[in-house]
Write a protein that binds this ligand. Structure first.
Ligand code: SF4
Length: 481
């Protein structure tokens, strides 16, 4: 049963997006019922993806108006992206490349090739639809010898591939990002899929000219590799269009950030993070991504003009460091409703403000190299600790945060090693710190209630706040998808 949103227009909007989302799935099924049926039998997680409208219901629970519309819209565009990925895999595998989630897809797309991003489908799509389905892939890898404390982000995707439940393609473009877990997952995938693989190697000195040039050369090598293994040629005019699309989105995103920095932020939380991750990173440069970004921007701008607030009872401004708690992805809606906290920026979204230089082919390649080097997690997990701390402090300052939330993902050795330094920095800057211990995709390690309790303890003992809604402090949701 869906909750009544409090106005007929909101209710109609929800219903419309419910239909639009299922419409995308139906269109996919109708485009080739037999191959789709075969794929359903081979890849059981496709059933889990069908739960996407239940996901939309959970993320918008208790939320209405513009924030609800933006969330519905972002789930719809995420569905459209994942359906597009499935289409590539089912109907056009020979023109599809398995593509590392951490790399910009601009080069591959400019060669008129499709991407298939295992982490985006499995670790984002499937886990959001049903976290228990994602557990089975993590467990598969542990049962086959992978240490249990390996990061679950690459572990889910690798589990799907190694268990034979992921489609193949023509070749693989991988990288050494964001860390050793991410890099080694691609060797396991390559062995199972038995495809030629090219690895883009991001160096230690990633933000120096020498490091950017090295990655540019790597991307030129990737073009040759793709030409050899797919027969496709680089279309420089198409690359320019994709880069211009990326720049359009960045322009909108920078304006969004300006609105978020004011004392009347019109949107907050998951929608900001999800739109960036999907439409700037994984689906970067595409026309659909520009459309999705423009729609959120329009909603935001309109709400800003009307003086609407991101959170009804806004009491605190916060920023999030480290990846969001994917095992409890709707926690941002919870913190808004119970504690009146708006999360205005997060590590994955924050950072790159540099446009792609489209003045020549080589200039575009240099900008793409810079973009590859400066992705979230990537620029924080190599080089000296200053890369990590500089962004951490600046983000809190830029958004005038009342406190910082650090999602201390237990299997991320990179960020765990920084815990002490983060604590010292917060003390130095007199910044309240809410540190949540959790495992990125595994709520069997720290439960969703465990995450809520840590936040509530912080809000009470450090911020001396009282909840806006006592009835939501404890929720029985461990078995929920
Ligand atoms: S969260 Fe940490 S361990 Fe996991 S992929 Fe990112 S950098 Fe690697």
């Amino acid at each position: 049963m869906r909750e009544y949103k409090g106005s007929l227009s909101d209710q109609w909007y929800e219903y419309k997006y419910w239909c639009k989302t299922y419409g995308e799935i139906l269109k996919f099924t109708a485009s080739g019922p037999i191959p789709v049926l075969k794929a359903l039998l081979k890849y059981p997680w496709i059933y889990d993806l069908l739960k996407i409208n239940a996901t939309a219901k959970r993320v918008t629970l208790g939320i209405s108006g513009t924030p609800m519309k933006a969330l519905d819209n972002s789930i719809y565009h995420l569905t459209k992206f994942i359906v597009g990925q499935l289409k590539n895999a089912v109907f056009d595998p020979e023109n599809t490349v398995v593509h590392d989630v951490m790399l910009p897809p601009l080069i591959v797309k400019a060669m008129h090739l499709n991407t298939l991003v295992p982490e985006a489908i499995m670790s984002v799509g499937v886990a959001m639809c049903d976290i228990h389905a994602a557990h089975s892939y993590m467990d598969y890898m542990v049962n086959h010898g992978l240490p249990a404390d390996t990061c679950t982000f690459p572990k889910i995707a690798t589990g799907a591939v190694v268990s034979g439940q992921f489609p193949s393609a023509s070749c693989i473009i991988s990288s050494n990002l964001p860390c050793d877990s991410g890099q080694s997952s691609y060797y396991a995938m390559q062995r199972k899929l038995n495809l030629p693989m090219y690895t883009v190697d991001i160096p230690y000195n990633f933000n120096e000219e020498e490091g950017i040039d090295a990655v540019k050369e790597d991307w030129y090598g990737a073009i040759k590799f793709l030409e050899k293994h797919t027969g496709h040629k680089m279309d420089w005019d198409r690359l320019k269009v994709l880069c211009e699309n990326y720049n359009k989105k960045l322009e909108l995103e920078l304006e969004e950030r300006e609105m978020l920095r004011t004392d009347r932020p019109p949107l907050a939380g998951a929608v900001i993070q999800r739109n960036h991750t999907v439409h700037m990173n994984v689906n970067g440069g595409s026309e659909e991504a520009v459309e999705a970004f423009q729609e959120t921007y329009d909603l935001m701008k309109n709400a800003f003009k009307n003086g609407e607030l991101a959170v009804k009872n806004l009491r605190y401004r916060a920023v999030l460091w480290n990846p969001t708690t994917m095992c409890y992805y709707n926690w941002m809606s919870w913190i808004e409703q119970v504690w009146g906290v708006a999360i205005l920026a997060d590590m994955e979204t924050y950072g790159n403000e540099k446009f792609i230089d489209t003045s020549s082919n080589d200039a575009m390649m240099s900008s793409i190299a810079f973009l590859s080097n400066s992705g979230p997690m990537s620029r924080h997990t190599r080089g000296s600790q200053e890369h990590y701390i500089r962004d951490f402090n600046k983000m809190a300052q830029d958004y005038n945060a009342d406190f910082v939330i650090v999602a201390a993902h237990m299997s991320c050795r990179n960020s765990q090693a920084m815990t002490g330094i983060i604590r010292e920095e917060c003390k130095k800057h007199n910044m309240p710190l809410c540190m949540i211990d959790y495992e990125l995709f595994d709520n069997r390690i720290v439960s969703r209630q465990g995450i809520r309790d840590q936040i509530s303890n912080f809000m009470r003992t450090v911020m001396h706040a009282e909840p806006l809604n006592e009835s939501l402090l404890v929720i029985d949701d461990e078995k929920n998808w």
